[in-house]
Design a protein around this ligand. Structure first.
Ligand SMILES: [Zn+2]
Length: 90
């Protein structure tokens, strides 16, 4: 077994190969999708409103005392869709 330390050129080739493999496997776009889902979840986060747990975004909660929309219980339809996507082809 070769136990010599890796040269910087070898390390660069390995990193380049790993990046190529990740791109080929779609990992770059999967990371972007996961980040987008996290942003959606943050946008549709739960807030307490008059003793209810509601979606602040769907209810247009102002962050202090009122909603511009009727209060939408949390998890809202958006979060429900992320958690348990329904098959809408049937
Ligand atoms: Zn929502």
């Amino acid at each position: 077994m070769n136990r010599r330390p890796m040269t910087s050129r070898q390390a660069a080739m390995l990193a380049s190969g790993a990046a190529q493999a990740a791109r080929a496997a779609g990992i770059r776009s999967a990371t972007k999708v996961l980040a987008a889902v996290q942003r959606i979840r943050a946008l549709h986060s739960a807030v307490d409103y008059l003793g209810q747990t509601i979606c602040g975004h769907c209810s247009a909660y102002d962050g202090t005392s009122s909603c511009d929309n009727p209060p939408v219980p949390h998890p809202c339809p958006t979060i429900q869709t992320l958690d348990e996507p329904k098959d809408e082809t049937q």
